[in-house]
Design a protein around this ligand. Structure first.
Ligand code: C6P
Length: 412
């Protein structure tokens, strides 16, 4: 493997102002923490800046010029997101605060209307807490049970038990498209086909997949897909729930208030049409505009190219990490995962690894990455994690490896 990529990383890097900063004088930033949140291109920052400088107004309410302009910008972002994931209609794109809120929306609205005592909900051992806790809360409230798909030693879903689990006729199967720790890309389409044949719906946590690979909801097989703007070059404070229109039509509203109603009487209300039925109150307008610009940026770059670049980076990163004595990388081989490498270094706490790397401006995350049950599975209190995106280079992988040799030297 050579340290070469076909991607024009220099051009991409130049689009992200933060990537040219020094963390401390003389120490340039090497940002390897995009699974936590991605950096933002200038076009996103400028779109939000322009919105506040030129068009700021509340949306869906006023008839004045600014209100119409702001509404068009926000709804234009919804159209971009719908195209990006190939949704059938903008009615299927609900803006939320983040992936977490999108999953909670399903748990509260669909879950409380459809899950009853004794029903089963399927989760997996590799889920982020956002795709565990809402189902734990729902199951506790309703007296439902949680069935768990385990994870193999190699960091893949162990589907040998799935047929038995489906015998219990679960109402819903919840799984991540890509693990934020192992990087595993799960075979969602196959799992969804089996789940549907057994009468279950499928919720996919796309927080780590939608930013990194082409995702087409018409072929994915999911019924619900949740993702966050801030991990896909967009701002914090905006996320997306995509769901099949027929499901959303049947679901009761989640939050009540302005904008989600068609008519309010003193003692009752009539809900608004989709997608507004699920968007109560003044939304994150500037953030919506920023997400629209982020989608334009990713579309312009090409999601297939982003994915291909990350495949090259992760293959090179795994090869180089494995060279370092004492390093263990968790998760499957490069061809079965996205750009995430969680690892440990024998005898060194992950927080110490992260702190020493930070001296050289290398940002990695250390901890349980909001996936405690997965860390329990491997009997690990924590891991260090390097995660890559379109702006990372092979040279940055080399810097990470050099940094790890320094960590080893320091901790003997
Ligand atoms: N993972 C990480 O460092 P929110 O916080 O709602 O934007 O995203 C939640 C979430 C859901 N699912 C997966 C697979 C995720 O990775 C995340 C966020 C970050 O891994 C922050 S904990």
């Amino acid at each position: 493997m050579t340290a070469l990529s076909t991607f024009d990383s220099a051009r991409i890097c130049a689009d992200f102002p933060i990537l040219s900063r020094e963390v401390r004088p003389g120490v340039p930033l090497i940002y390897l923490d995009s699974a936590a949140t991605s950096q933002k291109p200038a076009s996103v920052i400028e779109a939000m800046n322009d919105y506040y400088r030129r068009s700021n107004a509340n949306i869906h309410r006023g008839v004045h010029a600014l209100a119409e302009e702001a509404t068009a910008l926000y709804e234009g972002a919804r159209e971009r997101v719908a195209r990006f994931i190939n949704a059938c209609s903008t009615k299927e794109v609900i803006f939320t605060r983040n992936a977490t809120e999108a999953i909670n929306l399903v748990a509260y609205s669909w879950g409380r209307a459809n899950v009853n005592a004794g029903d089963a909900i399927v989760i997996t051992e590799m889920e982020h807490h956002s795709n565990l806790v809402p189902w734990q809360m729902l199951a506790a409230e309703k007296g439902a049970t949680l069935e768990v798909i385990p994870v193999t030693d190699d960091g893949e879903l162990d589907l040998s038990t799935f047929d038995d689990i489906l015998q219990k006729r679960p109402k819903l199967v919840c799984l991540t498209h890509m693990s934020n720790v192992l990087g595993t890309i799960n075979p969602v389409t196959d799992i969804a086909a089996k789940a549907h044949a057994a009468g279950a719906l499928v919720l996919v946590d796309g927080a780590q997949s939608v930013p990194h690979l082409p995702v087409d909801v018409q072929t994915l097989g999911a019924d619900f897909l949740a993702f966050s703007g801030h991990k896909m070059c967009g701002p914090t404070g905006i996320g997306v729930l995509w769901a099949r229109q027929a499901l959303l039509e049947d679901m009761p509203p989640f939050l009540g208030g302005g904008d989600m109603i068609r008519r309010v009487y003193l003692r009752e209300f009539k809900a608004n049409a989709l997608p507004h039925k699920f968007e109560a109150g003044t939304p994150a307008i500037a953030e919506g505009v920023g997400l629209g610009a982020a989608v334009d940026y990713l579309t312009g770059t090409g999601m297939a190219a982003v994915h291909a670049h990350e495949r090259q980076i992760i293959a090179y990163a795994l090869e180089r990490l494995e060279e370092v004595p004492g390093v263990t990388v968790y998760g499957p081989k490069a061809e079965r995962k996205g750009g995430v490498a969680a690892f440990s270094l024998a005898g060194v706490h992950p927080h110490d690894i992260a702190q020493v790397l930070d001296r050289d401006g290398i940002a990695v995350r250390a901890g349980h990455h909001c996936a405690m049950p997965l860390h329990d599975r491997y009997q690990l209190p924590a891991t260090a994690r390097a995660s890559f995106y379109l702006y990372n280079t092979m040279g940055e992988v080399d810097a990470l490896i050099e940094g790890l040799y320094k960590v080893k030297k320091m901790f003997g």
